[in-house]
Design a protein around this ligand. Structure first.
Ligand code: GDD
Ligand code: MN
Length: 375
């Protein structure tokens, strides 16, 4: 395979020579069965990083540089990766910081994972022996750790520990697939956004734990507060979109239709057949739930449907049980608790709050228990 290692640089004159020398003299000689290449993605660094790189290009032939105007880390990577794939014929691409915070000696471990069949391999600072600098101030450590836990929770994807890091290897197929959608993420947010899309599209993601060492030369270019705001904004908004346009949206549409069916039955039986509203509602409810079940089975959870009448029937029972439990304990329970505390006056608001909890309960039960994802 042709493997192109891309260090992104902005004012890394003091670091780039050391990184390239370690790669050429210590790391690449250990990699026997692949063709290794270095492409520096530099944004016309005013400190003359490019001049440094050009000197080294005289010494080693497998080095190139992609220069451009500065438009953020993500934009530099997109430019570099495009060049690596289109002009250099890369099969695999590495992202690596030029400031030696990413130990280049770990590269063979990433390659091994790619050889094992992973499409994208991310450096992991948060588990299995990975770590962040000891001497970071406590607040910075907390931010770093909490941010990644937050992302894992909001995306409900716990198997990936490090979403924000920039030490990665990926097959060209992953880049080509995600490239058209990455243009809007030109800063550091590129990292989360790229990984998130790769996960969503079903690429196989592996991890390599590593120690993120502290920078010894030059300065970080990250603006912490803006970055934190970007991360929270991106994660929350993309998750909401995913839910509305994904399974949760279908679930809501079906639930709304079910509610209308329930209401129609109620009125018909009461007005035309003179039933008592309570028994009429019971029938309406049972019919609506049956309708909800089948539509969710055919539409929302189509990809997780199992064949056979027994499984259909068992799921149906589970559906009635969990929906019933939800109405009884979650929705009615909320109304009961809130009226106990605050009186009956605003009961309709409590009903709405209870219904909101009920929706969460139902959706969680449907997607995690009844139509559990087997993969
Ligand atoms: N070409 C280019 N253009 N390179 C850039 C730019 C840019 O606008 N901004 C930063 N870089 C380069 C730096 O020169 C360095 O080699 C690398 O990208 C990482 O930048 P740092 O400024 O050292 O970032 P950090 O160490 O604070 O941030 C680390 O953690 C982030 C959050 O977890 C990096 O690993 C990031 O990749 C990561 O997103
Ligand atoms: Mn750094």
């Amino acid at each position: 395979m042709k493997i192109v290692v891309i260090p992104a640089t902005y004012n890394e004159k003091g670091n780039i020579e050391r990184l390239i020398t370690i790669l050429e003299e210590e790391v690449f000689p250990k990699i026997k069965n692949h063709e290794m290449y270095i492409l520096v993605a530099d944004d016309n660094s005013p400190d003359g990083t490019a001049i440094e790189v050009k000197k080294l290009m005289g010494k080693w032939k497998n080095i190139g540089i992609s220069s451009g105007i500065r438009n953020g880390l993500g934009a530099a990577y997109i430019r570099g990766m495009t060049y690596a794939v289109e002009k250099l014929g890369a099969d695999v691409i590495f992202e690596i910081d030029a400031d030696l915070q990413h130990d280049p000696h770990k590269i063979p471990q990433f390659i091994k994972k790619i050889e094992e069949g992973y499409d994208m391999v991310v450096g992991n600072r948060y588990s299995d022996g990975g770590s962040i600098p000891e001497n970071w101030p406590l607040l910075r450590k907390i931010f770093s750790i909490v941010a990644n836990i937050f992302v894992r929770i909001v995306f409900t994807k716990f198997s990936i520990h490090d979403w924000t890091g920039g030490y990665r290897a990926l097959k060209k197929e992953v880049f080509l697939k995600e490239k058209p959608k990455l243009d809007n993420y030109s800063g550091y947010i590129f990292q989360i956004s790229f990984l998130h899309r790769a996960v969503r599209d079903g690429f196989k993601i592996g991890e390599v734990p590593f120690h993120f060492s502290d920078r010894t030369m030059g300065n970080s270019k990250i603006a912490p507060l803006g970055y934190i705001a970007d991360v929270v904004g991106y994660v929350v908004i993309s998750r909401i979109k995913e839910l509305i346009f994904g399974k949760f949206g279908k679930f809501l549409i079906i639930g709304g239709t079910g509610f209308i069916i329930n209401a129609i039955f109620l009125r018909m039986l009461v007005e035309r057949a003179n039933w008592h509203p309570a028994s009429a509602n019971l029938i309406g409810g049972v019919v609506a739930i049956f309708f909800n079940y089948n539509l969710n089975n055919l539409w929302t959870f189509k990809d997780r449907q199992s064949s056979g009448f027994v499984s259909y029937f068992l799921k149906l029972i589970g559906f009635y049980l969990s929906s019933g439990t939800g109405v009884l304990f979650i929705q009615t329970g909320t109304i009961l608790a809130l009226t106990q505390f605050f009186g009956k006056e605003n009961y309709f608001i409590y009903f709405l709050i209870g219904t909101f909890f009920l929706l969460i309960w139902n959706f969680t039960m449907y997607s995690k228990v009844i139509w559990k994802n087997k993969s």
